[in-house]
Each structure stands twice: as C-alpha cells, then as structure tokens.
Design a protein around this ligand. Structure first.
Ligand SMILES: Nc1nc2c(ncn2[C@@H]2O[C@H](COP(=O)(O)OP(=O)(O)O)[C@@H](O)[C@H]2O)c(=O)[nH]1
Ligand SMILES: [Mg+2]
Length: 239
C-alpha cells in the first residue's frame, strides 16, 4: 500500500480510463488508485476490472448503483480512504483535464511545504486553461471570483477538482453533512477546510479540456453553485 490514494470518479469514461490509470501509475512517485464508478452504461468499470489483474495491489474499484453526482462519489471514496488509513488523498478527473504529472507537485505541497490541503489551481497565476470554450472559462473564472467575493475565502480557484487532502482534513470535515453534489461540492469542501483553519496552498497547474468522451456539466450543477454559495455564506453550514 502506498501513502497516497488518487480517487478518480467516473461516469462513461471508457475512452479515458485505461489511459489515465496507466499514466498515473507511470509517474515517478508511486500512487494507489481508487476508481468510483456510478455504474456507467458504457462499461467503464469492466475496463478497470480487467486492469486490476495487472495491478492487483494498487488499483481499486468501487461501483455505486446509480449516477448520484461527483460529490457523492467523492464522499464514498473519502470514507474508503479514511478506513484504509491513507495519509494523503487526491481528487483527479478521468478526462486528462488534470495532468497526472502534477500529482507529485500537489503531494509535495503537503509533504514538503506543510499544507493540509493543496489545490491544483488554474487561477493562481493568470488563467491557465487550454481548449475550454470561452463560455466555460468565463463561467469557471467568475464562479471563483464570485465565491471569493461572497465568502471572503482566500483561494483563487475554489471550483478546482484537483486537490490533495491530508487525511486529517477529511476526518475533521463532517462528510455526512456535505450538501452539494456538483461544482458547489468542490467549493463547499474548500470553504469548510478554510473555516476549520487548515493551511491551504495553491499550486499553479494548466487545465486542459477533455479531448475524449463527454462533459457531464449541466445547468442544474451551475444553478446549485450560484444559489448554494449564497446560502452557504448567509445561513452557514455545519462544519
Ligand atoms: N462517479 C461519478 N463520476 C462523475 C459524475 N459526474 C461526473 N463524474 C466524473 O467527474 C469527472 C469530471 O466530470 P466532467 O464531466 O469532466 O466535468 P467537467 O470537467 O466540469 O466538464 C470525470 O472524471 C467524470 O467522469 C457522477 O455523477 N458520478
Ligand atoms: Mg472534465
């Protein structure tokens, strides 16, 4: 068992999953991987099962019955990681928007620079986004500005989904009280970590839009984020 688990949530990622797993395992630092698949109709989980024969000690798979959103999949993965006592737990998308080459930089920010939580940030040094339609860039960029403005949080990329947590952070935040599922889930996790006073560091990364498969972003996810943040700020949330 390695000290760090990379959690990859998947829904219909048959074009990406094998490539991203191989790329992750080919990094200089060794990681374990947990794929949390919501019973993808395209058979993503079967590809993972096949690969488990090759990586029996380092590749894990959790299958959930229904598509319940990114947040629920991550919470499932976090609980799994806590139970197995991984020291560091990293969130990463399956679609290569997050470059596995940056995994070690996120890890180092925690291990060598003392962060409790490190964020692969698109907006800490300008805007580092490649190939995203302008509409998505603006949405994501202004969503982050908006969250900063409403909550006063000192993080530039609050919707980032490329994050390394020390286990203690996930043990402290009450995972059963997490309310949101989409973009807002990413914001809520960072907001709560910040409220608890954890040391947060942003590591500048380049985010590249997927070239294979389809995005699951939807209007509901965006609406949840817009209104969710306001209620988070004004009603407060259980920590
Ligand atoms: N398990 C699970 N994974 C999901 C769900 N929605 C999205 N994902 C995964 O979360 C990651 C990010 O989703 P993506 O569609 O690329 O969102 P976008 O980058 O914002 O367009 C990808 O690895 C998806 O396969 C879901 O409902 N359940
Ligand atoms: Mg994506």
């Amino acid at each position: 068992m390695q000290d760090t688990l990379v959690i990859i949530p998947t829904y219909n990622e048959k074009e990406n999953i094998e490539l991203i797993i191989r790329k992750t395992f080919s990094q200089h630092k060794a990681f374990d991987i947990l794929v949390v698949d919501d019973s993808s109709p395209d058979g993503t989980a079967n590809i993972v099962k096949e690969l488990q024969k090759e990586f029996p000690k380092s590749l894990f798979l959790e299958i959930r019955k229904e598509k319940n959103g990114l947040g629920a999949a991550y919470i499932h993965g976090f609980k799994w990681a806590i139970a197995k006592k991984y020291d560091y737990i990293i969130e990463m998308d399956a679609d290569f928007s997050h470059d596995p080459k940056d995994l070690e930089r996120l890890y180092d920010a925690c291990v060598k620079e003392g962060a409790d939580l490190s964020i692969g940030s698109r907006y800490s040094k300008g805007v580092n986004v490649v190939n995203w339609p302008m509409k998505r860039v603006l949405l994501s960029y202004f969503a982050s500005k908006y969250v900063k403005f409403i909550t006063g949080i000192s993080i530039n990329d609050t919707t980032a989904g490329f994050v390394c947590y020390k286990r203690n952070v996930l043990e402290t935040i009450k995972l059963d009280k997490i309310r949101f599922v989409g973009y807002a889930f990413q914001i809520e996790m960072k907001f709560k970590a910040w409220k608890h006073g954890f040391n947060i560091k942003e590591v500048s990364v380049i985010f590249t839009d997927r070239t294979l498969g389809e995005s699951k972003m939807s209007k509901t996810i965006i609406t949840e984020a817009i209104f969710g943040i306001i209620s988070m700020r004004f009603k407060g949330l259980p920590k």
